[in-house]
Design a protein around this ligand. Structure first.
Ligand SMILES: [Fe+2]
Length: 216
């Protein structure tokens, strides 16, 4: 059997699709041993490749129009931190029900969503790694983390539960759109600047199929 490079982090075992990992797994601003972690699988399989789901993150218009988030500032198109294997940006605003938020969000590779967030004054982290059970399909895992030092164990568990439900609701809002979404060249607008750049990131992203010769 082919052995993919693997790592254990935040309650999951991660595998890299390539002979050698091109980037480190994302870190939160606090060490893992200071974090309480909750991991779940999101119910259902989406009929898209993981990169399609990743396009939501640079799609700032959908964050506002679909998820009801408001930004305190203009779209931070120019402030996105791009590398060959990740993109990250910050924004402040309000969540759908008016809670103040300060988010740092991004994509690692073409299959990991990252979020470091202060929601209504309290920090939590969220990771959504997208797995491809087969071409054209995505399964979503959900990791929420909170600082153990912010409250006692029972309150931390309750907060993790709250954060998990919050993020499940957000992902749930994307689900109907993922049933029919298709991107078409020539249809982006000026407000899709970050999304357009992300398409180029995806085109430039290295392809790998290291286990090919093990599959007959
Ligand atoms: Fe979304």
């Amino acid at each position: 059997m082919f052995h993919f490079p693997t790592a254990e982090k935040y309650g999951l075992i991660w595998a890299f699709n390539g002979a050698t990992p091109l980037f480190e797994l994302p870190d939160f601003p606090y060490p893992e041993d200071e974090l309480a972690i909750r991991v779940e699988a999101f119910e259902g399989v989406l009929p898209v490749d993981p990169w399609v789901l990743c396009c939501n993150t640079p799609d700032m218009q959908h964050i506002k129009a679909l998820h009801g988030v408001t930004f305190d500032q203009e779209d931070p198109d120019e402030d996105i931190e791009w590398t060959a294997h990740s993109m990250l940006y910050d924004f402040k605003g309000r969540h759908a029900n008016g809670e103040p938020i300060e988010y740092r969000i991004g994509i690692y590779g073409t299959s990991i969503f990252y979020q470091s967030s202060i929601f209504d004054g309290r920090w939590f982290g969220f990771l959504a790694p997208f797995g491809p059970p087969r071409p054209g399909r995505t399964t979503t895992y959900m990791i929420v983390v909170a600082r153990k030092s912010d409250s006692d164990t029972a309150s931390t568990e309750a907060f993790l539960q709250f954060a998990m439900q919050l993020e499940k609701k957000v992902v749930g809002e994307d689900v109907p759109i993922m049933q029919t979404i298709h991107f078409q060249p020539g249809t982006l607008t000026k407000s899709d600047k970050a999304l357009g750049k992300f398409f180029q990131y995806l085109r430039d992203y290295p392809r790998a199929h290291p286990s090919a010769e093990f599959i007959t």
